[in-house]
Design a protein. Sequence first.
Length: 298
Amino acid sequence: MPPTTELLNDCYQRLLSGRASWQWQRIGAQRRAGVTAPLFSVFSEASCGIGEFPDIRLLVDWCRKTGVSFIQLLPINDVGFAFRPYDAQSMFALDPMHLRLHHLRGVEPGKWDNAIQALRERFPTGRGRVDYRIKGAKLELLWRIFEESAAKIPAAGMTAYIKDNAYWLEDYALFRAIKEQHQERGWTDWPRELKERRPAACETFVRSCSRTLLFQKWLQWQLFEQLRDTTPPRTVSSSWAICRSSSRATAPMSGPIRTTSSWTSPRARRRTCSTPRANAGACRRTTGPLSRTTGMTP
């Protein structure tokens, strides 16, 4: 038996008076149709091997034409090279495999067209499965672009982004740089001085890998700008799931959990090193392209 109009109105009023009422007031508490999709499957002819942030616009256009007013994306956090969306390395950082290489800020238009086209031909979209080697190939090309374009980076925009997001970005960039130098091993397998975040060891690493740290921050700034550019019109609301992974070392068959938050928190580090089992990650949703969750380290 379908719900009556009176019952639906009562439900909407409860939403408008609850703890999340400000969100419902912004998007409107009414009956809606929505769509849930993983970004890796939302691709276009312009994509390189996987769905990219600008492709969200095409999904928004489809929603407007079909009367769908809500888009829920599955997690888009950085998953490293394990490619498990609910076991992300950070609850703030976005995954660089979703960058559109043609839309990078501060990069000379057309200069990298041949390299991008070669990558697109090597990793075509539309196959039955995603070839996740695209991430490593993209990062190699992004490093080359970064090295040649660093002098042309819009300093004001990137500097402001780094300053506004320093509370998570500094730790994340350091975490990613150390993981890269140690063949993507979990932090519990790093040298003791880095595993325990000893200040002298971290400062030495920062000095020796300053370029790599800047590259990680540049990637996140580019991701932020591209995602912000996909902001849908008011007729379509968007949200995505943010993964909250726990921080323990797992059994050998699963490998170590790789989260930034477990490494940055002394309490989590102690728990991780003393408890040889894993907790499942949890999913938390956030609304809008600029939303961030709080209450956890990055």
